[in-house]
Design a protein around this ligand. Structure first.
Ligand SMILES: *Cc1c(COP(=O)(O)O)cnc(C)c1O
Length: 420
Protein backbone atom coordinates (compact mmCIF):
# COMPACT_ATOMS: atom_id res chain seq x y z
CA UNK A 1 0.00 0.00 0.00
CA UNK A 2 1.33 3.45 -0.98
CA UNK A 3 1.50 6.27 1.56
CA UNK A 4 -0.97 9.14 1.10
CA UNK A 5 0.40 11.71 -1.35
CA UNK A 6 -0.57 14.54 0.93
CA UNK A 7 -0.67 14.27 4.66
CA UNK A 8 -4.01 13.45 6.26
CA UNK A 9 -4.19 15.77 9.25
CA UNK A 10 -5.72 15.18 12.64
CA UNK A 11 -7.71 18.42 12.41
CA UNK A 12 -6.45 21.36 10.37
CA UNK A 13 -7.82 24.84 9.55
CA UNK A 14 -10.36 25.08 6.71
CA UNK A 15 -10.63 28.54 5.15
CA UNK A 16 -13.47 29.66 2.90
CA UNK A 17 -12.61 33.14 1.60
CA UNK A 18 -14.53 35.59 3.75
CA UNK A 19 -11.76 35.36 6.34
CA UNK A 20 -9.45 37.16 3.93
CA UNK A 21 -12.10 39.78 3.16
CA UNK A 22 -12.44 40.73 6.84
CA UNK A 23 -8.67 40.69 7.40
CA UNK A 24 -8.29 42.93 4.34
CA UNK A 25 -10.95 45.25 5.73
CA UNK A 26 -8.96 45.61 8.94
CA UNK A 27 -5.87 46.35 6.87
CA UNK A 28 -7.56 48.85 4.54
CA UNK A 29 -9.13 50.81 7.39
CA UNK A 30 -5.93 50.61 9.45
CA UNK A 31 -7.65 48.87 12.38
CA UNK A 32 -4.57 46.65 12.75
CA UNK A 33 -5.01 46.66 16.48
CA UNK A 34 -6.83 45.12 19.40
CA UNK A 35 -9.87 47.27 18.67
CA UNK A 36 -12.10 47.25 15.60
CA UNK A 37 -15.24 46.07 13.88
CA UNK A 38 -14.23 42.43 13.58
CA UNK A 39 -13.80 42.12 17.34
CA UNK A 40 -17.12 43.84 18.08
CA UNK A 41 -18.90 41.71 15.54
CA UNK A 42 -17.60 38.32 16.69
CA UNK A 43 -18.28 39.10 20.34
CA UNK A 44 -21.89 39.56 19.37
CA UNK A 45 -22.33 36.63 16.98
CA UNK A 46 -20.44 34.05 19.05
CA UNK A 47 -22.30 35.00 22.24
CA UNK A 48 -25.56 34.78 20.34
CA UNK A 49 -24.70 31.38 18.87
CA UNK A 50 -23.78 29.98 22.26
CA UNK A 51 -26.79 31.60 23.91
CA UNK A 52 -25.08 33.83 26.44
CA UNK A 53 -25.36 37.57 26.83
CA UNK A 54 -21.72 38.64 26.61
CA UNK A 55 -18.51 37.55 24.89
CA UNK A 56 -15.04 39.00 25.33
CA UNK A 57 -12.62 38.15 22.51
CA UNK A 58 -9.18 37.22 23.88
CA UNK A 59 -5.82 36.08 22.59
CA UNK A 60 -6.42 32.40 23.35
CA UNK A 61 -8.69 29.86 24.95
CA UNK A 62 -6.14 29.58 27.74
CA UNK A 63 -6.34 33.34 28.43
CA UNK A 64 -10.14 33.03 28.49
CA UNK A 65 -9.93 30.18 30.99
CA UNK A 66 -7.47 32.14 33.09
CA UNK A 67 -9.77 35.14 33.40
CA UNK A 68 -12.77 32.83 33.97
CA UNK A 69 -10.97 31.16 36.89
CA UNK A 70 -9.79 34.55 38.19
CA UNK A 71 -13.33 35.96 38.12
CA UNK A 72 -14.69 32.89 39.88
CA UNK A 73 -11.98 33.26 42.51
CA UNK A 74 -12.86 36.92 43.05
CA UNK A 75 -16.54 36.09 43.47
CA UNK A 76 -15.70 33.41 46.01
CA UNK A 77 -13.44 35.83 47.84
CA UNK A 78 -16.17 38.45 47.96
CA UNK A 79 -18.85 36.07 49.15
CA UNK A 80 -16.63 34.56 51.85
CA UNK A 81 -15.20 37.84 53.18
CA UNK A 82 -18.06 40.23 52.44
CA UNK A 83 -15.50 42.59 50.91
CA UNK A 84 -16.96 43.94 47.69
CA UNK A 85 -14.90 46.97 46.71
CA UNK A 86 -12.66 47.60 45.04
CA UNK A 87 -13.39 44.63 42.83
CA UNK A 88 -10.93 41.95 43.76
CA UNK A 89 -8.19 44.25 45.11
CA UNK A 90 -6.51 43.21 41.89
CA UNK A 91 -3.67 41.42 43.57
CA UNK A 92 -4.69 37.94 42.51
CA UNK A 93 -4.21 35.06 44.86
CA UNK A 94 -7.87 34.81 45.81
CA UNK A 95 -7.50 31.08 45.31
CA UNK A 96 -4.28 30.78 47.32
CA UNK A 97 -4.11 27.41 49.00
CA UNK A 98 -7.65 26.54 47.95
CA UNK A 99 -8.58 23.23 46.33
CA UNK A 100 -10.41 23.31 43.01
CA UNK A 101 -12.07 20.26 41.44
CA UNK A 102 -10.94 19.81 37.84
CA UNK A 103 -11.54 17.41 34.96
CA UNK A 104 -8.74 14.85 34.94
CA UNK A 105 -8.55 13.74 31.33
CA UNK A 106 -7.98 16.93 29.33
CA UNK A 107 -5.44 19.29 27.83
CA UNK A 108 -3.44 20.94 30.61
CA UNK A 109 -4.71 24.37 29.47
CA UNK A 110 -7.96 23.49 31.29
CA UNK A 111 -6.17 23.16 34.59
CA UNK A 112 -3.11 25.43 34.54
CA UNK A 113 -5.13 28.65 35.12
CA UNK A 114 -6.10 27.31 38.54
CA UNK A 115 -2.42 27.20 39.39
CA UNK A 116 -1.80 30.66 37.87
CA UNK A 117 -4.22 31.90 40.53
CA UNK A 118 -2.57 30.00 43.36
CA UNK A 119 -5.18 27.25 43.60
CA UNK A 120 -4.60 23.53 43.99
CA UNK A 121 -6.26 21.33 41.36
CA UNK A 122 -7.81 18.13 42.67
CA UNK A 123 -8.65 15.85 39.77
CA UNK A 124 -11.98 14.14 39.24
CA UNK A 125 -12.04 10.86 37.34
CA UNK A 126 -13.75 10.44 33.95
CA UNK A 127 -16.71 8.24 33.08
CA UNK A 128 -16.97 5.75 30.23
CA UNK A 129 -20.33 7.19 29.01
CA UNK A 130 -18.96 10.52 27.72
CA UNK A 131 -15.25 10.46 28.73
CA UNK A 132 -15.96 13.61 30.75
CA UNK A 133 -16.08 14.33 34.48
CA UNK A 134 -17.97 11.61 36.32
CA UNK A 135 -20.81 13.19 38.36
CA UNK A 136 -20.60 10.37 40.90
CA UNK A 137 -16.89 10.99 41.42
CA UNK A 138 -17.59 14.71 41.78
CA UNK A 139 -20.18 13.99 44.47
CA UNK A 140 -17.63 11.77 46.20
CA UNK A 141 -15.09 14.60 46.03
CA UNK A 142 -17.48 16.98 47.79
CA UNK A 143 -17.91 14.36 50.53
CA UNK A 144 -14.15 14.31 51.02
CA UNK A 145 -13.57 18.07 50.63
CA UNK A 146 -16.84 19.86 51.48
CA UNK A 147 -15.15 23.27 51.52
CA UNK A 148 -14.38 23.32 47.81
CA UNK A 149 -16.31 26.05 45.97
CA UNK A 150 -15.06 25.88 42.39
CA UNK A 151 -15.29 23.22 39.68
CA UNK A 152 -13.52 23.44 36.30
CA UNK A 153 -14.76 20.98 33.73
CA UNK A 154 -14.30 20.28 30.03
CA UNK A 155 -16.36 18.82 27.18
CA UNK A 156 -13.79 16.49 25.65
CA UNK A 157 -13.43 16.08 21.88
CA UNK A 158 -16.71 17.93 21.32
CA UNK A 159 -18.86 15.55 23.39
CA UNK A 160 -20.92 17.29 26.09
CA UNK A 161 -20.54 16.09 29.67
CA UNK A 162 -23.56 15.22 31.83
CA UNK A 163 -24.33 18.85 32.45
CA UNK A 164 -27.58 18.63 34.38
CA UNK A 165 -26.10 16.20 36.91
CA UNK A 166 -22.86 18.15 37.27
CA UNK A 167 -24.67 21.49 37.59
CA UNK A 168 -27.01 20.06 40.21
CA UNK A 169 -24.11 18.83 42.32
CA UNK A 170 -22.33 22.20 42.07
CA UNK A 171 -25.49 24.02 43.07
CA UNK A 172 -26.07 21.70 46.02
CA UNK A 173 -22.58 22.47 47.32
CA UNK A 174 -22.68 26.18 46.48
CA UNK A 175 -19.79 25.85 44.02
CA UNK A 176 -19.17 28.00 40.96
CA UNK A 177 -18.52 26.35 37.58
CA UNK A 178 -15.93 27.26 34.98
CA UNK A 179 -16.71 25.54 31.69
CA UNK A 180 -14.00 24.72 29.17
CA UNK A 181 -15.86 24.52 25.85
CA UNK A 182 -12.65 24.97 23.82
CA UNK A 183 -13.28 21.79 21.84
CA UNK A 184 -17.08 21.79 21.83
CA UNK A 185 -18.29 24.97 20.13
CA UNK A 186 -21.63 24.13 18.52
CA UNK A 187 -22.28 21.01 20.64
CA UNK A 188 -25.39 20.95 22.82
CA UNK A 189 -26.81 19.09 25.81
CA UNK A 190 -30.59 18.82 26.10
CA UNK A 191 -30.85 21.47 23.41
CA UNK A 192 -28.61 23.93 25.29
CA UNK A 193 -25.29 24.96 23.76
CA UNK A 194 -22.05 24.11 25.54
CA UNK A 195 -20.33 27.32 26.58
CA UNK A 196 -23.50 28.50 28.31
CA UNK A 197 -23.48 26.15 31.31
CA UNK A 198 -20.66 27.60 33.34
CA UNK A 199 -20.85 30.70 35.47
CA UNK A 200 -17.93 31.59 33.25
CA UNK A 201 -17.10 29.73 30.04
CA UNK A 202 -14.33 29.69 27.47
CA UNK A 203 -14.06 28.69 23.82
CA UNK A 204 -10.94 28.49 21.68
CA UNK A 205 -10.18 29.48 18.07
CA UNK A 206 -6.84 27.71 18.00
CA UNK A 207 -5.80 26.32 14.60
CA UNK A 208 -7.03 22.78 15.18
CA UNK A 209 -10.45 23.62 16.63
CA UNK A 210 -13.78 23.28 14.78
CA UNK A 211 -13.56 26.89 13.61
CA UNK A 212 -10.40 28.95 13.97
CA UNK A 213 -8.88 32.41 13.93
CA UNK A 214 -5.41 30.80 13.63
CA UNK A 215 -5.37 31.52 17.35
CA UNK A 216 -7.69 33.23 19.81
CA UNK A 217 -10.43 32.49 22.28
CA UNK A 218 -13.50 33.94 23.90
CA UNK A 219 -14.69 34.43 27.45
CA UNK A 220 -18.46 34.00 27.80
CA UNK A 221 -20.85 35.03 30.56
CA UNK A 222 -24.40 36.27 31.20
CA UNK A 223 -23.22 38.92 33.65
CA UNK A 224 -22.42 42.39 32.32
CA UNK A 225 -20.21 43.41 35.26
CA UNK A 226 -18.13 40.23 34.83
CA UNK A 227 -17.76 40.82 31.10
CA UNK A 228 -16.58 44.37 31.79
CA UNK A 229 -14.15 43.20 34.44
CA UNK A 230 -12.75 40.58 32.07
CA UNK A 231 -12.30 43.17 29.33
CA UNK A 232 -10.52 45.49 31.75
CA UNK A 233 -8.11 42.81 32.99
CA UNK A 234 -7.40 41.77 29.41
CA UNK A 235 -6.29 45.29 28.49
CA UNK A 236 -3.76 45.74 31.31
CA UNK A 237 -6.38 47.01 33.80
CA UNK A 238 -6.30 50.65 32.78
CA UNK A 239 -8.45 52.86 34.95
CA UNK A 240 -10.60 55.67 33.62
CA UNK A 241 -8.02 58.42 34.21
CA UNK A 242 -6.04 60.95 32.13
CA UNK A 243 -2.88 58.84 32.49
CA UNK A 244 -2.03 55.16 32.82
CA UNK A 245 -3.56 54.53 36.20
CA UNK A 246 -3.35 50.99 37.55
CA UNK A 247 -5.32 49.86 40.56
CA UNK A 248 -5.32 46.18 39.72
CA UNK A 249 -2.93 43.73 38.08
CA UNK A 250 -3.64 43.45 34.38
CA UNK A 251 -2.87 41.26 31.39
CA UNK A 252 -2.31 41.75 27.69
CA UNK A 253 -4.90 39.20 26.60
CA UNK A 254 -7.00 41.04 24.02
CA UNK A 255 -7.63 39.53 20.59
CA UNK A 256 -6.24 41.25 17.50
CA UNK A 257 -8.75 42.70 15.03
CA UNK A 258 -6.95 40.80 12.26
CA UNK A 259 -7.45 37.45 14.04
CA UNK A 260 -11.05 38.47 14.74
CA UNK A 261 -11.47 38.90 10.98
CA UNK A 262 -10.57 35.25 10.47
CA UNK A 263 -12.98 34.15 13.18
CA UNK A 264 -15.68 36.38 11.69
CA UNK A 265 -15.28 34.70 8.32
CA UNK A 266 -15.38 31.23 9.92
CA UNK A 267 -18.46 31.50 12.12
CA UNK A 268 -20.96 31.04 9.25
CA UNK A 269 -19.24 27.72 8.45
CA UNK A 270 -19.50 26.20 11.92
CA UNK A 271 -22.57 24.18 10.93
CA UNK A 272 -20.92 22.92 7.75
CA UNK A 273 -17.80 21.85 9.64
CA UNK A 274 -19.93 19.99 12.17
CA UNK A 275 -21.77 18.14 9.38
CA UNK A 276 -18.44 17.14 7.80
CA UNK A 277 -17.06 15.94 11.13
CA UNK A 278 -20.26 14.03 11.85
CA UNK A 279 -19.91 12.19 8.56
CA UNK A 280 -16.34 11.26 9.49
CA UNK A 281 -17.48 10.00 12.90
CA UNK A 282 -20.19 7.89 11.28
CA UNK A 283 -17.90 6.44 8.64
CA UNK A 284 -15.43 5.37 11.33
CA UNK A 285 -18.23 3.90 13.38
CA UNK A 286 -19.46 1.82 10.46
CA UNK A 287 -16.04 0.94 9.06
CA UNK A 288 -14.66 -0.23 12.40
CA UNK A 289 -17.78 -2.05 13.61
CA UNK A 290 -16.33 -5.48 12.83
CA UNK A 291 -13.23 -4.87 14.98
CA UNK A 292 -12.92 -5.31 18.77
CA UNK A 293 -13.02 -1.52 19.26
CA UNK A 294 -15.50 1.25 19.99
CA UNK A 295 -15.45 4.99 19.27
CA UNK A 296 -15.88 7.88 21.69
CA UNK A 297 -19.46 7.62 22.94
CA UNK A 298 -22.13 10.20 23.72
CA UNK A 299 -25.67 10.20 25.07
CA UNK A 300 -27.84 9.96 21.95
CA UNK A 301 -30.97 10.97 23.83
CA UNK A 302 -29.57 14.07 25.45
CA UNK A 303 -26.62 15.41 23.54
CA UNK A 304 -25.57 16.48 20.09
CA UNK A 305 -21.74 16.65 19.88
CA UNK A 306 -19.87 18.80 17.35
CA UNK A 307 -17.91 15.64 16.40
CA UNK A 308 -14.66 17.62 16.47
CA UNK A 309 -12.55 14.50 16.96
CA UNK A 310 -13.24 10.81 16.51
CA UNK A 311 -11.34 8.69 19.00
CA UNK A 312 -11.06 4.94 19.23
CA UNK A 313 -10.99 2.62 22.24
CA UNK A 314 -9.60 -0.91 21.93
CA UNK A 315 -11.55 -3.60 23.79
CA UNK A 316 -9.67 -4.86 26.83
CA UNK A 317 -9.35 -8.41 25.50
CA UNK A 318 -8.01 -7.14 22.16
CA UNK A 319 -5.19 -5.14 23.76
CA UNK A 320 -1.76 -6.47 22.97
CA UNK A 321 0.98 -5.85 25.53
CA UNK A 322 1.99 -2.20 25.68
CA UNK A 323 4.33 -0.57 28.18
CA UNK A 324 4.52 3.19 28.45
CA UNK A 325 7.37 4.92 30.19
CA UNK A 326 7.58 8.67 30.72
CA UNK A 327 8.66 9.43 27.16
CA UNK A 328 8.72 6.13 25.31
CA UNK A 329 6.51 3.19 24.54
CA UNK A 330 7.13 -0.44 23.73
CA UNK A 331 4.56 -2.90 22.45
CA UNK A 332 4.26 -6.42 21.14
CA UNK A 333 2.49 -7.54 17.99
CA UNK A 334 0.00 -10.24 18.85
CA UNK A 335 -2.40 -11.99 16.46
CA UNK A 336 -5.91 -10.50 16.54
CA UNK A 337 -4.79 -7.76 18.94
CA UNK A 338 -3.28 -4.31 18.75
CA UNK A 339 -2.29 -1.26 20.79
CA UNK A 340 -2.75 2.52 20.39
CA UNK A 341 1.00 2.78 19.79
CA UNK A 342 0.91 0.27 16.95
CA UNK A 343 -2.10 1.91 15.26
CA UNK A 344 -0.61 5.41 15.60
CA UNK A 345 2.64 4.22 14.07
CA UNK A 346 0.83 2.48 11.21
CA UNK A 347 -1.22 5.59 10.44
CA UNK A 348 1.90 7.75 10.57
CA UNK A 349 3.74 5.35 8.29
CA UNK A 350 1.17 6.11 5.58
CA UNK A 351 1.31 9.88 6.18
CA UNK A 352 -1.73 10.12 8.39
CA UNK A 353 -1.84 11.98 11.69
CA UNK A 354 -3.36 10.41 14.80
CA UNK A 355 -2.68 11.24 18.42
CA UNK A 356 -2.81 9.60 21.82
CA UNK A 357 -5.71 10.51 24.13
CA UNK A 358 -4.92 13.47 26.42
CA UNK A 359 -2.72 12.00 29.12
CA UNK A 360 -4.70 12.41 32.36
CA UNK A 361 -3.60 15.22 34.65
CA UNK A 362 -3.17 12.95 37.69
CA UNK A 363 -0.54 11.02 35.70
CA UNK A 364 1.39 14.14 34.67
CA UNK A 365 4.71 14.78 36.42
CA UNK A 366 3.64 18.36 37.29
CA UNK A 367 0.42 17.19 38.98
CA UNK A 368 1.32 13.77 40.31
CA UNK A 369 1.22 14.83 43.94
CA UNK A 370 -2.28 16.29 43.61
CA UNK A 371 -5.48 14.66 44.77
CA UNK A 372 -7.34 12.38 42.42
CA UNK A 373 -10.89 11.27 43.16
CA UNK A 374 -12.70 8.33 41.57
CA UNK A 375 -16.17 6.97 42.33
CA UNK A 376 -14.54 4.72 44.91
CA UNK A 377 -12.66 7.55 46.61
CA UNK A 378 -9.01 7.72 45.75
CA UNK A 379 -7.88 4.85 43.58
CA UNK A 380 -4.87 6.25 41.79
CA UNK A 381 -3.53 3.62 39.42
CA UNK A 382 -6.09 1.02 40.38
CA UNK A 383 -8.69 -0.59 38.14
CA UNK A 384 -11.31 2.03 38.94
CA UNK A 385 -9.09 4.70 37.37
CA UNK A 386 -11.19 5.33 34.24
CA UNK A 387 -9.03 8.16 32.86
CA UNK A 388 -5.89 6.02 32.95
CA UNK A 389 -7.75 3.17 31.28
CA UNK A 390 -9.05 5.33 28.39
CA UNK A 391 -5.57 6.80 27.98
CA UNK A 392 -4.10 3.28 27.88
CA UNK A 393 -6.55 1.84 25.34
CA UNK A 394 -7.53 4.91 23.31
CA UNK A 395 -6.29 7.11 20.48
CA UNK A 396 -7.51 10.01 18.33
CA UNK A 397 -8.05 9.21 14.66
CA UNK A 398 -7.39 11.55 11.72
CA UNK A 399 -10.53 13.73 11.84
CA UNK A 400 -9.76 16.43 9.33
CA UNK A 401 -12.86 17.73 7.56
CA UNK A 402 -10.96 17.86 4.26
CA UNK A 403 -10.24 14.12 4.34
CA UNK A 404 -12.20 12.40 1.56
CA UNK A 405 -14.36 9.32 2.17
CA UNK A 406 -11.87 7.37 0.07
CA UNK A 407 -8.90 8.49 2.13
CA UNK A 408 -10.79 7.64 5.30
CA UNK A 409 -11.54 4.20 3.89
CA UNK A 410 -7.77 3.66 3.68
CA UNK A 411 -7.26 4.77 7.29
CA UNK A 412 -9.92 2.24 8.28
CA UNK A 413 -8.11 -0.39 6.23
CA UNK A 414 -4.81 0.42 7.96
CA UNK A 415 -6.47 -0.03 11.35
CA UNK A 416 -7.86 -3.40 10.26
CA UNK A 417 -4.38 -4.60 9.34
CA UNK A 418 -3.15 -3.81 12.85
CA UNK A 419 -5.58 -6.42 14.21
CA UNK A 420 -4.57 -9.18 11.77
C1 LIG B 1 -7.35 23.99 22.78
C2 LIG B 1 -7.79 23.80 24.15
C3 LIG B 1 -7.61 24.79 25.13
C4 LIG B 1 -6.78 26.01 24.94
O1 LIG B 1 -7.11 26.82 23.90
P1 LIG B 1 -5.95 27.73 23.26
O2 LIG B 1 -6.74 28.65 22.39
O3 LIG B 1 -5.06 26.82 22.51
O4 LIG B 1 -5.25 28.45 24.36
C5 LIG B 1 -8.12 24.57 26.38
N1 LIG B 1 -8.77 23.43 26.68
C6 LIG B 1 -8.94 22.46 25.79
C7 LIG B 1 -9.68 21.22 26.20
C8 LIG B 1 -8.45 22.59 24.50
O5 LIG B 1 -8.58 21.58 23.63
Amino acid sequence: MEPFKEKIWLSSPTMHGDELKYMQEAFNTNWMSTVGDNINEIEEIVAEKVGVKYGVALSSGTASLHLAVKLAAEHLYQSSTGIHTPFGMGCGGALLGKRVFCSDMTFDATVNPVVYEGGEPVFIDSEYDTWNMNPEALEKAFCLYPDVKLVVFVHLYGVPGKMMELAKICKKHGALMVEDAAESLGASYQGIQTGSFGDFSAVSFNGNKIITGSSGGMFLTDNLADAKQCRKWSTQSREDAPWYQHEEIGYNYRMSNVIAGVVRGQVPYLKEHIMQKKKIYEQYKKGLSDLPVSINPFDKEKSEPNYWMTALLIDEDAMATQVRGEREVLWKTEAGKSTPAEILEAIEHFQGEGRPIWKPMHMQPIYRNHGFITVGGSDRGKKADVSADIFRRGLCLPSDNKMTAKEQERIIDIIHRCFE
